[in-house]
Structure formats: C-alpha cells, structure tokens
Design a protein around this ligand. Sequence first.
Ligand code: COA
Ligand code: ZN
Length: 299
Amino acid sequence: MKQVVDVYEVGPRDGFQNLRDYVPVNEKLRIIDGIIQAGVRHMQVTSFVSPKAIPQMRDAREVAEACLARYDDVDFLALVPNLRGAQLAWESGIRKVSYVVSLSESHNRANINRTHAESLAELRKIREDNPDLHICLDLATTFGCPFEGKLPVEAAVAFAAPYAELVQEIDLCDTIGVANPRQVRETIRAMQEAYPQMPLQVHIHDTRNMGMVNTLAAIECGVTAVQSTLGGLGGCPFAPGASGNLATEDLVYMLNDIGYDTGIDFGKLLEVSRYQKEAIPDGIFSGHQMRISRSTSCG
Ligand code: COA
Ligand code: ZN
C-alpha cells in the first residue's frame, strides 16, 4: 500500500498575505475551489490577525465562513497570533488553528509584537478559553531567523516543552528558507525523540531552491504532513528576505511520481495554478514572482 502524505495548502494565507494589492474574496474563493477540486483536503484558508498588520487578511471571517459552508470534507485551518484571533476563528466556525510563535524572540517581536513569555501566556489563555480547539503550534524561524541567524536544534526542542502540553501538533517552519536537509533531519529526529507522541509538520520556504529536498528529508524521517503554496507564493512581511514557499504543484508532482499517495491530481492543480497566475498578475507581488512556469506539462 502506498504511504499517504497529506499536503497542506497554505497559499490562501501565507501566499495572499504577502501580496501588495488586495485580492477580492470571490477571487480567493475561486482559487481555493480549484485547489480543492484538484484533491487537496487540508488548507490554511486565512489568518485572524490585525487588519493593520496584514490588510490582505481583513476578510478572514468571510473567507472562512464561505469555505466551511461549501465543503464539509476539507480540513480547514486558520492562523492566529493571539486570543482574539482564536476567538474570532472559533466564531467563524473554524475548529483548527495554527498558533504562530517564533523560536527567535526578535522575530516574535517583529511579527506579533510579543515576547516569548507573552506568547506562551496567551496560548495558555486560548487553551483555557477553548479546550476543544485543535491547536497546531507554528514554530516560525525554527531553522533560522533574519535577525539572529541559525539557532541550535536543542533550542527548538527546549522551547517546545511547555507548548507540547498545550497543542495537538507542531509545525516546524523554515520561515526564511535557510534550512538544509541535514539540519531538517537532525531537528526532526530530535523532536521525535523528545516528543514521540507529537505529530509534526513542516513548512518550508524555497528561497534557495532547497524547499523540495528539505521537505523530502522531513518525509523520509516520517513526517506525513507537509505545507506548500500554489504557485510558490508566500513570504513573511516581517522577515526581511523571506521569499515564496515550496510550490504545491512541484511538490505534488514529485510525491506522486515517487509513489506517495497525496490524493491530488497534478494536472488539475496545474490548471488552477495557471488560473491563479492570470487572475493575480505578477506585477502586484511585493517580493517575488510566482513559480508556475517550472511545471509546464501534466506528464
Ligand atoms: N484580529 C483582528 N484584530 C486584532 C487582532 C486579531 N487577532 N488582535 C488585535 N487586533 C486589533 C486590536 O483590536 C487593535 O485594534 P485597534 O487599534 O483598532 O484598537 C489592534 O489590532 C492592535 O491590538 P494589540 O493587541 O495592541 O496588538 P499589537 O499592536 O501588539 O499587534 C498582533 C499584535 C498580533 C495583533 C499583530 O502584530 C498581528 O496581527 N500580527 C500578525 C502578523 C502576521 O500575520 N504575520 C504573518 C504570519 S506569520
Ligand atoms: Zn511561511
């Protein structure tokens, strides 16, 4: 039997958040629909964050509600940075959130204006407020920070300890795309050893064309949930130098071809990626170009 790999599409959040011009809700929903028609069953559809920090996500409630109303067989998540975000997500019907905290304190401050202690205290409040919420810790800058450089593997393991009591999953994020496969393997093995019951995910940016090898390294260590964005959109507005994520179509092509079961139709995914590229002209991107051009055939 083929091994299942769950591909989490995070473009509607990580991709769109980084666009300079606002993408209207109906356009977001068309792209989301195309991705789901291609077979994607896990998606981070939006984030409940300050509209001043990320104006592109000001329609979070509308997007979340529309998605939940349309599809009952898709696992929808939203990113939240604080209690208010978690409450807004819950009110919109979202039952799974990604709670973002950065391993490096300086990026945590730049991104969400919180110290580590404040972020942990806030998560405790969220857990208390809502015991039924499924929380995934999005551990940003796990593999490197724009301000502090690389942090040792032991730092990630130690940092995760109090969080492991509060969350259902941990997502190790290469926010600025500086990881290498050896580092990915060492980090994952150390986390698996310290937290054997904790499901892990990876979220890898493709700044140096290492997204594919790093994601594959994680899968070969036993990680079965991996994140990517259609067209390789993405980036953190609060991490200088961050560029796009690993492109979902490239990832799916590789995984299907190796023989993993993603449940995703590469040809259909390519179609929606092409549509996205036309619907959102390159000119409006703040940091980079979409990468769809690499996947040109359905073969
Ligand atoms: N959703 C919507 N609005 C929110 C919010 C949320 N989750 N959290 C706070 N706000 C609003 C507050 O109501 C307040 O509004 P006002 O100025 O109209 O009164 C404003 O945002 C500031 O609130 P405050 O609690 O003082 O937050 P802050 O200024 O310290 O900013 C965050 C902290 C976390 C809200 C903000 O930095 C943020 O949203 N960051 C998101 C970063 C992000 O998404 N990065 C990319 C993904 S990793
Ligand atoms: Zn990201």
